[in-house]
Design a protein around this ligand. Structure first.
Ligand code: CP
Length: 321
């Protein structure tokens, strides 16, 4: 696992969020991910880069894409990957998050991949362990690897993120995907627009360097990328929209609203999609423009890159102690 010293490298122990990362650090992670896209398309997808390392997936919330892709990523790098089932763990006997973290830490893992329903929980856990921690989504705070895979997908289609007009539409208020994407895309020089009803926008969100719209056709006007978000019903406490029917009418992405964007604008969605709620089925399945499946593919490459980089950093840190 020798790696030449490089001032552009990502030099942190953990990956807890995109906020605060530099253009160079993000570019380094994307460049590293790019190397894995080709490897994942080969018949033989394995390398022995993380042979002997242990990765534990600890998901306190449901997941299909993130959990499976982290498991695949670890296995393709020959790490030992433990997918811990929270539902059958001692968490259900009342063990706290910190005790669970300390217990797993005692088994000397190299990387913990953690998803938790509370914003800040993954950061708290990271302070209690001496391995690397990757935030796989914490509450409505951050989902850094999702933003990286979205950026990789865009970069492969459009070469450069600088100057692209990117609309993020829907439930911004409850979305960790939106937050991580805003930090990343603004840092990389994209022009980010948020399109949502006032009830689904966090206060003072415009301070993050984005433009805010409440009308889809105005927000999508001349956009290069249209990113649609799921209504995060599981995080809603009260009524944020009058009805699903009305929400789809005003904010659901259909061909009529999409016509305001550039003719070749890409359609993105982090998944899972709720067809007929935030996106029309035909639009989601229009693979001449929808890159939703490509996003999933890029997810494995990005997670391989993150595991590799953090495992190397940890090895170097331990060697220096
Ligand atoms: N986009 C995303 O995080 O999907 P999962 O909830 O399936 O992991």
């Amino acid at each position: 696992m020798a790696d030449s010293p490089n001032i552009l490298n990502y030099k942190h122990r953990h990956l807890l969020g995109i906020e605060g990362l530099s253009h160079l650090e993000i570019t380094h992670l994307l460049d590293k991910s790019e190397e894995y896209v080709e490897q994942n398309r080969r018949a033989d997808k394995k390398s022995d880069l993380l042979n002997g390392r242990t990765v534990i997936n600890l998901f306190f919330e449901n997941s299909t894409r993130t959990r499976t892709s982290f498991e695949l990523a670890g296995k393709r790098l020959s790490a030992d990957v433990i997918d811990m089932s929270v539902a059958t763990s001692a968490v259900n006997k009342g063990e706290t998050l910190i005790d669970t973290a300390a217990t797993l830490n005692a088994m000397h893992p190299d990387v913990l991949v953690v998803r938790h329903g509370n914003s800040g929980a993954v950061q708290l856990l990271a302070e209690k362990v001496n391995c690397a921690v990757i935030n796989a989504g914490d509450g409505n705070h951050e989902h850094p690897t999702q933003a990286l895979l979205d950026a990789l997908t865009i970069r492969r289609r459009r070469d450069d993120l600088t100057g692209l007009k990117i609309a993020i539409c829907g439930d911004i208020l409850h979305s960790r995907v939106a937050r991580s994407n805003i930090y990343l895309l603004v840092t990389m020089g994209a022009q980010v627009r948020l399109v949502a009803p006032i009830t689904l926008l966090p206060p003072a969100i415009d301070k993050l360097g984005v433009e805010v719209y409440h009308d889809m056709k105005e927000g999508l006007d001349d956009c290069d990328i249209v990113m649609v978000l799921r209504l995060q019903n599981e995080r809603m406490d009260g009524n944020f929209i009058p009805s699903i029917r009305e929400y789809f009418h005003f904010f659901g992405l259909d061909y009529e609203k999409l016509s305001a964007a550039k003719p070749d604008a890409l359609i993105m969605h982090p998944g899972p999609t709720n067809r007929g709620v935030e996106i029309d089925s035909e639009v989601a399945d229009d693979f001449s423009r929808s890159v939703i499946r490509e996003q999933v593919e890029m997810g494995v490459a990005v997670r391989m890159a993150c595991l590799e980089v953090l495992a190397k950093n940890l090895q170097q840190e331990r060697a220096e102690q």
